[in-house]
Design a protein. Sequence first.
Length: 231
Amino acid sequence: MLGIIGAMDTEVAKLKEVMEDVNITKAASMEFYEGKLNGARAVVVKAGVGKVNAACCTQVLIDHFPVSCVINTGIAGSLKSEIDIGDVVLATDAVEHDMDVAALGYAPGKIPDMDVESFEADEKLRKIAKESCEKVNPDISVYEGRVVTGDQFISSKEKKAWLTETFGGCCAEMEGAAIAHAAYLNQVPFLIVRAISDKADDSAQMDYPTFEAKAIEHSVRLIVEMAGRLA
């Protein structure tokens, strides 16, 4: 069974629309849509925005359903000039960029007492996602790289530069690494899929509303095709 998490209604609504034999379970103020997605057993859920909502959702999902993997779908701001609005980023790994214990000697993003520097996504899932995206979204580019997560909407050139220089991130968003963190603790394979909605700079507030819908369309097509391949 696939566990599919999006932060906002817009990121999961179209997936729910194409699901079959749906049963809804309510837990932790969230609705988990269980059914068939392009032939695969799946659970689709809106987590809410931010790391706490994302982590709570992931844990409830894993506790209540026999998921074999967790896929986080959504949108993000690009951190690299070559990654354009509408393109897709598939996570190689994820880092919580707002984790800051530098005063105690830890590097930016390092979580004390954890045995990993970042949370590595599943290679098999990433390969299937890349092939799926290339098939259903031939007009865009697919990139693989680090996703950086924090409870911030990135909309300044200075912050964008810091995220790129410090973490080597490909895109910035607000849930992925928290979902990765929870999946890692539960030893469940995961993948973060991000369609680019803005450039994470001074134009971000203008770009986001304009390109959000198109970016989501790309990620939804990818997820549906991916579900069929995993069925």
